[in-house]
Design a protein around this ligand. Structure first.
Ligand code: ATP
Length: 271
């Protein structure tokens, strides 16, 4: 069972590291690079996994987990790295771990080239939901990472990942449905979607997309063996998403207070 209080306290500190730089216990720093469909995120932890600093940038340089704008991705990762190094008074970030949606391993090399082109040595390549489980530390259950372009899941049994899957449905599809319903441009719909004050109003509109995600996840779950779904990823910021998952799958669903930076922080832990 996940210790939700521990996860929430840890993630609060990761979030605080977006605006505050925390002193590391030593100069040995661990970096997680999450090259996402909607966001590129760099999380820096110290060698004891304490959050140090974090930078993110909205970007559309990937599609369904695959890099489609290599030079754009490279430029953003370089800029984020430089910003972090300036915040760390010039301390150089040398190593990083990366992750990608399950099933896109063939594009792992492109992710690696982006990281290396920005000046990192890549020490580890993970799949996203397994990276998230470095934070959750569950032994049994399923970790579901809903990002911008994809929904990934890792099924765990006795502390081991026994299955990883990925489906090309994510937050982008939620935004498209909103844009269509409200007859507004994508960017405007994205703004509304990220506004917590409007979540109650938009939930009935986006419910069918979320139900579809839940039914996709449900298809991979053997209900005799799995009793809990653990959510993470930016799309899980949607208020009420856990109730829709629970209703659709019939399986208890848990999410932390802030599910957005779980995967990037988990990637950094594995650097
Ligand atoms: P992927 O893993 O699919 O390649 P990604 O790594 O960019 O994508 P995340 O950064 O985990 O994915 O999540 C991005 C998604 O989260 C976007 O679709 C964004 O609109 C959504 N999102 C971010 N904040 C919120 C919010 N407050 N409410 C609802 N959705 C949000």
């Amino acid at each position: 069972m996940m210790d939700l209080e521990r996860v929430n306290a840890y993630m609060e500190r990761v979030k605080a590291s977006e605006t505050q730089t925390f002193k590391p216990v030593s100069d040995k720093l661990k970096v997680g690079l999450d090259l996402g469909t909607a966001y590129i995120v760099l999380v820096v932890l110290d060698e004891e996994n304490n959050p140090v600093a974090c930078e993110k940038q909205a970007a559309s340089v990937l599609k369904d987990g695959v890099v489609v704008d290599y030079s754009g991705a490279l430029r953003i990762v370089r800029e984020l790295k430089e910003k972090l190094e300036a915040r760390l008074s010039g301390l150089e970030l040398l190593n990083c771990a990366i992750a990608m949606p399950a099933g896109t391993e063939s594009s792992a090399r492109t992710h690696q080239y982006v990281a290396e082109g920005a000046g990192f040595e890549v020490t580890n390549v993970l799949d996203e939901p397994s990276a998230a489980n470095s934070i959750y530390q569950i032994d049994d259950g399923v970790v579901v990472d809903i990002g911008g372009g994809t929904t990934g899941l890792a099924i765990l049994k006795d502390g081991k990942v026994v299955q990883i899957e990925d489906e090309p449905t994510g937050g982008t599809h939620v935004t498209l449905v909103l844009a269509g319903n409200y007859h507004i441009p994508f960017a405007e719909a994205e703004q509304i979607k990220q506004d917590y004050k409007r979540h109650r109003e938009i939930l009935p509109v986006v419910r069918p997309v979320v139900e579809k995600m839940a039914s996709i996840v449900g298809r991979y779950i053997n209900r005799d063996e799995i009793d809990t779904i653990y959510l993470c990823g930016g799309t899980c910021c949607l208020t009420g998403i856990e109730q829709i998952f629970e209703k659709q799958t019939g399986i208890r669903t848990i999410k932390p207070a802030d599910p957005f930076l779980v995967t990037p922080a988990g990637i950094a832990m594995n650097c």
